[in-house]
Design a protein. Structure first.
Ligand code: TYD
Length: 138
């Protein structure tokens, strides 16, 4: 996985009655969950995202269907396929993300470490490259 990303597997309490997955902040994900949002009804061929965050950390889960997530730093790039509601993609600081190939009925749920703050977004790729090159230079 690229820098500042990882897959997290959650316990799936499954049986004849179906599946139940519980996610506890600071335990199953490495932050306190301050916000939850979900994305549904994305038409085929639409790509969303195209941004990074300076401070926000997130875990993305696809609760139904399938969606692809392209994650990038200036040095690395990877595409993660989410199609298992018991697996989440953690995205840490300063990772660029694009979400695409939503299947019909796909539900993408996001757990977030911060409230919504537009100033935390970097939406311009040139600005992102400049800040990220500095951030990842150790
Ligand atoms: P945005 O994060 O740009 O969506 P995506 O990256 O998936 O394309 O958000 C889309 C709109 O929703 C934008 O106008 C901001 C608003 N929004 C909120 O008001 N609160 C939130 O928690 C989020 C994630 C977005």
């Amino acid at each position: 996985m690229i820098t500042n990303t990882k897959m997290i597997s959650f316990q799936d309490h499954s049986g004849e009655l179906g599946h139940l997955v519980a996610i506890e902040g600071n335990r199953d994900v490495p932050f306190e969950i301050k916000r939850v949002y979900y994305i549904t009804g994305v038409p085929e061929h639409v790509t969303r995202g195209f941004h990074s965050h300076r401070k926000l950390e997130q875990v993305l889960l696809c609760l139904n269907g399938e969606v692809k997530i392209r994650v990038k730093t200036p040095q690395e790039e990877e595409t993660v396929v989410l199609n298992d509601p018991s697996k989440g993609l953690f995205i840490g600081h300063m990772v660029w993300r694009e979400m695409f190939d939503f299947t019909p009925g796909a539900v993408l749920m996001v757990l977030a470490s911060e409230y919504y703050i537009e100033d935390d977004y970097i939406r311009d790729y040139g600005q992102y490259s400049a800040e990220a090159n500095n951030f990842f230079k150790e």
